[in-house]
Design a protein around this ligand. Sequence first.
Ligand SMILES: Nc1ncnc2[nH]cnc12
Length: 181
Amino acid sequence: MTKETYTLQVAGVTRELPIIALNDALCIASFVILGDAEIVKKSAPLLVERLPEIDVIVTAEAKGIPLAHEVANELGFGTYYVARKSVKAYMDSPVIKKVNSITTTDEQILCFDAKDAAAIKGKRVALIDDVISTGESIEALAQLVALAGGEVVAKAAILAEGDAKLREDIIFLEELPLFTK
Ligand SMILES: Nc1ncnc2[nH]cnc12
């Protein structure tokens, strides 16, 4: 059997994305930037061109990390901030936001180490992620940044999936369709 794929063209590169069933009704084209140094390298400057004036870059683990790293390099920022999905033993006085998700019943959190939260306070923040889809993840990250006292001035991703392409409050390079069965 030949696996179905979706041909994505973004930032001058082409990728055949495997189409994966999420449930009986919905399939996604799986877009994984972890390990794809070329897509990250080529997308970062295109996103930077579209960003407003910012002071800091924030992402959430895990798939946004390489992109946030490259965007930071492009902007000459020596630092960016990664929200974690669990409190680590090495975190000092973490700032924690409970996350509501319709896709899981387990309670989820996003958190910053206190020193990262302090660095974000009062700053203009760009949220960086690989894909914005339902918007839940980027919204949870925005809430954590707000809790830390930062001002979110941009929400940017390489791809906007499904209805996210209709949003006027996000920055993205290309659309990614959803597939119904
Ligand atoms: N199409 C997709 N591929 C990988 N991760 C995703 N997260 C949301 N949509 C995705």
